[in-house]
Design a protein around this ligand. Sequence first.
Ligand SMILES: O=S(=O)(CCO)c1ccc(-c2ccc(C3CCCC3)c([C@H]3C[C@H]3c3ccccn3)c2)cc1
Length: 239
Amino acid sequence: SPKHKYYKEINEVIAEHIKYAAKLDIDNTWELIHDEGEMKVFKREMEEDGMVVDPLKAVHTVKGITGHEVCHYFWNPDVRMEWEGTLESAQVLDWFSEDTCVCYQIHKKVWPTTQREALFWTQIRHVPNEDEDEDGPDYWIVCNYSIPDHDKCPEKTKNIRAIMNVAMICETVVEPPQSDRNITRENITCKIQYHANVNPGGWAPASVLRAVYKREYPKFLKRFTQYVMDQTKDKPIMF
Ligand SMILES: O=S(=O)(CCO)c1ccc(-c2ccc(C3CCCC3)c([C@H]3C[C@H]3c3ccccn3)c2)cc1
């Protein structure tokens, strides 16, 4: 299809997340806010114009599912309301291609803040390892990236528009290494990196937002990964 308006931006944003994921440098500038089993959630405290815009990074390792499966269910707009507990509504406004669409969603009100909504493109992409380096990382990635407007987006709602740049980046490990033919779910593990940069789009008390993030992100990652395990356990493996 002819290149759509966001074609260039999407390639740049995805490339940036892949470059960043390959480094995975969790240095001491990241503060550990949740450590449960294989899941570790970090934040950096940052403010822009007096608003909390703390970048969030989570790493998680989940047995029995693949990176393609995690990204498929994270990306698929049809199932968003099944696992995303903090949404009041979610809808697709437009399709740029079969792996890229525009979503509009309203988050449940977080007392005492004004209710938030988000308008963003979402793309799922397989980023195979470089040909010459067959040991290089092979990623599946989903990126959700806010756009300023869309002609099908509801106007003048009472909500504040949050601005986000979110990525779910996964690698699949097969142990012991075997040919694709007889791999079972006992042999696979998914290594997840989740990066979320959410600007609340308008003032909210820093203490409230930080408490909400600390509570909601680990809950969301736990609930989402459990959802993927439940959905895939009796299905053929998506590599
Ligand atoms: O990973 S995704 O792309 C999945 C698609 O939904 C994602 C996740 C989270 C958000 C988001 C947006 C706004 C807020 C705040 C800002 C002021 C008041 C609401 C929060 C805070 C509420 C916290 C939160 C953290 C994690 C999950 C859900 N809720 C989170 C957006 C996108």
